[in-house]
Design a protein around this ligand. Structure first.
Ligand SMILES: NC(=O)c1ccc[n+]([C@@H]2O[C@H](COP(=O)([O-])OP(=O)(O)OC[C@H]3O[C@@H](n4cnc5c(N)ncnc54)[C@H](OP(=O)(O)O)[C@@H]3O)[C@@H](O)[C@H]2O)c1
Length: 185
């Protein structure tokens, strides 16, 4: 699974109050927007957790990727129904994410986007379900807020750097791939 997201310089997905205003600090938003569809084309399914989906709903976006097979990780069945559109490939999952991971493998999905947030990504990392992290780092510090892997992660995990490049004019896009062989050695 690939955890593709953006964070502040201090590793937060959002500032206090769930504000994503820090993303406006990335210059050349047009370039940022044009970059995303390429990533979206590269994935064949999406997993999103309740906190992230609620933010999208509050901002009036609903679930914008309904054409992709999507699993919403939540205890809240109403949340899923609230964003369901005709033909949407929406599923709800709750509980042990290793079961969800096995389902995605069994369904033959090659590349799945972990859309967030950090609470979800942290659980996936703990069960060794994150293969790649692609994160755009914005040039702003936001203080308290949800972290890249949530607040409760105790697992440790090593990654190899695949790419690090200037993104737009003033941010950085880093791609890391999970290093597994060395951890087992
Ligand atoms: N910077 C970015 O590009 C970016 C990307 C993604 C998210 N975000 C931001 O990050 C924030 C959300 O992140 P977050 O870490 O707080 O929350 P999150 O991971 O999106 O959602 C956490 C919630 O999902 C549900 N959940 C998680 N694991 C579950 C499981 N195994 N079974 C059933 N339900 C489960 C629970 O809610 P219920 O019990 O209510 O179902 C839990 O409180 C938002 O502010 C969002 O805007 C930013």
């Amino acid at each position: 699974m690939v955890w593709f997201t953006a964070m502040s310089m201090d590793g937060k997905l959002a500032a206090a109050g769930d504000s994503l205003a820090f993303l406006d600090s990335i210059r050349d938003q047009e370039l940022e927007a044009s970059d995303f569809p390429r990533f979206l084309d590269s994935v064949d399914a999406v997993v999103v957790a309740a906190g992230t989906l609620r933010w999208l709903v509050r901002e009036g976006h609903g679930w914008p990727h309904a054409d992709k097979p999507t699993w919403v990780v939540t205890h809240d069945a109403q949340l899923v129904e609230a964003v369901r559109t005709p033909g949407a490939k929406l599923n709800r999952f709750e509980g042990d994410l290793s079961v969800l991971r096995a389902t995605l493998v069994a369904r033959g999905f090659r590349r799945v986007w972990c859309c967030g947030g950090g609470t979800l990504a942290g659980q996936l990392l703990a069960l060794d379900g994150i293969d790649e992290v692609v994160v755009t780092i914005a040039p702003e510090v936001v203080g308290p807020g949800p972290g890249l892997f949530g607040e409760h992660l105790t697992a440790r995990a090593a990654f190899d750097l695949v790419e690090c490049r200037v993104f737009a004019a003033n941010a950085v896009r880093v791609t890391w791939r999970r290093r597994r062989a060395q951890e087992r050695a």
